[in-house]
Design a protein around this ligand. Structure first.
Ligand SMILES: Nc1ncnc2c1ncn2[C@@H]1O[C@H](COP(=O)(O)OP(=O)(O)O)[C@@H](O)[C@H]1O
Ligand SMILES: [Mg+2]
Length: 319
């Protein structure tokens, strides 16, 4: 299937180590199962999920040291083309330990190396250089230490006029700064309900509240399209052409890790294929629902996405 090029950006990747122990208790040794290693980080997850759905993307990833090399090898194994940007230090690791007795999960996340203003400038230039004129450029995940909250807004400015379109999924101050630039330089802005409530400054209890908020952001010029996730209550998109809601499938929840990134992957893949917005939203919701069914850091399986997409429920909304 023809698709526009997709470039994902990961400034703060991690080598994810997942294991389990009979019980997680202090002192003494915890005898763990053989660890599983996955390449992790927002943009990387988006690229892996796109791959699982039969799409193509290139991952621009800041990598450093031996852990960075390990991560590059895992990405190659996963079939994700990589463009490397030198990170200012060793790539971080994350450790997830499942407690088998209680079924609980412990997640230990390291900070990653500290970035200087020169490193940030190099990342902006690398992103612009790697973005084809008709590409969708996906920025997802936290900024590493030292990268300013305005990075997404800055990248949007650098990409202006290039033809590349920026898709941003971020939170807190970075989201507020991206949403504050109202010249429609951002193509798609996505956030979850808590982030939306933070940005709105009030609660968004009903779908209509979320829809009104998203439509307001589009009208302000913050982006061409705004997507807000409402957890198990599904997802809402506002564009200048309308408003749609996609149901989250009723599926057993195993691990929500990577659900937001899989959602983004589904949407961007549909969008890159030139699908109508409600269909891209349906693929996104199917990818998120498929991901919550898989354990630990595993993302979506293609056959699950196909089945859930075929059963999608997407409804047009009116204010
Ligand atoms: N119980 C559920 N069943 C199906 N999909 C879900 C469920 N809970 C959340 N989702 C979907 O998973 C995605 C989670 O995205 P987000 O809140 O950004 O999570 P994160 O950033 O932590 O991965 C949303 O699109 C949401 O609709
Ligand atoms: Mg999220």
């Amino acid at each position: 299937m023809h698709q526009a090029p997709i470039l994902t950006i990961t400034l703060n990747p991690a080598l994810d180590l997942t294991t389990s122990a009979p019980r997680v208790v202090p002192d003494g040794k915890l005898r763990c199962t053989a660890p599983r290693f996955d390449p992790g980080g927002g943009g990387i997850n988006v690229s892996r999920a796109i791959r699982a759905m039969g799409g193509e993307s290139t991952a621009l990833v800041a990598l450093g040291g031996a852990t960075g090399e390990r991560l590059a090898a895992l990405l190659a194994e996963a079939g994700v083309p990589l463009v490397t940007l030198p990170a200012p230090g060793e790539t971080r690791q994350s450790v997830t330990v499942d407690d088998q007795a209680l079924g609980q999960q412990y997640r230990f996340v390291m900070p990653g190396p500290e970035w200087s203003p020169e490193n940030v400038e190099a990342a902006l230039q690398a992103a612009v250089a790697a973005a084809a004129p008709d590409a969708l450029v996906v920025l997802s995940g936290s900024n590493p230490p030292g990268v300013p909250a305005g990075f997404a807004a800055q990248l949007a400015e650098r990409l202006q006029g290039s033809g590349a379109r920026l898709v941003v999924d971020t939170s807190g101050e970075a989201l507020a700064m991206a949403a504050a630039v109202v010249d429609r330089r951002v193509e798609i802005l996505r956030m979850d309900d808590a982030e939306a409530e933070g940005l709105a400054g009030h609660a968004l209890p009903y779908r209509l509240d979320t829809a009104r908020f998203a439509a307001g952001l589009v009208a302000s010029g913050a982006a061409h399209a705004v997507i807000v996730a409402r957890g198990r209550d599904g997802n809402i998109i506002a564009t200048r052409d309308g408003l749609w809601h996609a149901e989250a499938a009723r599926v057993p929840i195993v691990s929500k890790v990577g659900a937001g990134d899989s959602f983004l992957a589904g949407f961007v893949l549909g969008y890159a294929r030139g699908w109508p917005v409600p269909d891209a939203l349906g693929l996104a919701a199917a990818a998120a629902s498929a991901t919550v069914q898989t354990p630990a850091t595993e993302l979506c399986r293609g056959e699950d996405v196909e089945r859930l997409f075929a059963a999608r429920v997407v409804t047009e909304m009116r204010l």
